[in-house]
Design a protein around this ligand. Structure first.
Ligand code: SAH
Length: 196
């Protein structure tokens, strides 16, 4: 995957579809915007960068934790074989599901629930992307990344986190690379900040 290809899809995909009426007119701004329930849609430049770092292809099964608006999910589903996406707020999951169906995607499996434990039933995954911030990477999720796979996740304090690229080589040795500082909403659930 190269960046130019990503930009082509970025130009095709109307971000305003993923934003409620209140903030729709701001959809072309490169900033996170509220999507209700205290959550936000990520800024487009970060969605593009995270997709690029993940390097999805049509042989990949991807686990996404934090469906949110479904905007990042669309990029993943466009490039991957199948996306398994988990969202803890039922209303956000339902809205994202409807939007992505209208866009014609038939390779996304949705789940409402706690993604901090990953999704054992469909593991291992060639790619994993976490779009909510945790204090540390849960072992449960690390174990669900296939050898030779890539994972991208914001890890750190509640205010500011490191965006980490985690790789597993063919033998299962793990590598970490810090990409940049990011500000994501907090991950909740069993291995998140709050257990609700
Ligand atoms: N990529 C999304 C970002 C959404 S914000 C977008 O661009 O729209 C992160 C999302 O993670 C929120 O919707 C939040 O409800 C969800 N979330 C937080 N903790 C979670 C958990 N433990 N399991 C599943 N989803 C979670």
């Amino acid at each position: 995957m190269n960046r130019n290809g990503l930009y082509d899809y970025f130009r095709k995909l109307d971000r305003s579809i993923f934003i409620g009426n209140e903030f729709k007119d701001m959809s072309s701004i490169d900033a996170p915007l509220p999507i209700g329930y205290g959550q936000t849609i990520s800024q487009p430049s970060l969605v593009l960068e995270m997709t690029y770092l993940l390097q999805p292809d049509k042989k990949c099964k991807i686990l996404e934790i934090g469906t949110g608006s479904g905007y990042q999910t669309a990029f993943l589903a466009h490039y991957a074989a199948r996306v398994y996406t988990i969202e803890k707020v039922p209303e956000l999951s339902a809205t994202a599901k409807e939007r992505l169906k209208v866009l014609g995607f038939d390779n996304i499996t949705f789940k409402i629930g706690d993604g901090s434990e990953g999704w054992k039933e469909y593991a291992p995954f060639e790619r994993i992307i976490i779009t909510a911030a945790a204090g540390m990477l849960p072992d449960e999720i690390m174990n669900q990344l296939k050898n030779g796979g890539r994972m991208i996740a914001p890890v750190g304090g509640k205010g500011l986190q490191d965006l980490l690229l985690i790789t597993k080589d063919k033998k299962g040795s793990i590598g970490f690379k810090t990409i940049t500082k990011v500000r994501f909403v907090e991950m909740k659930g069993k291995y998140g900040w709050t257990k609700e």
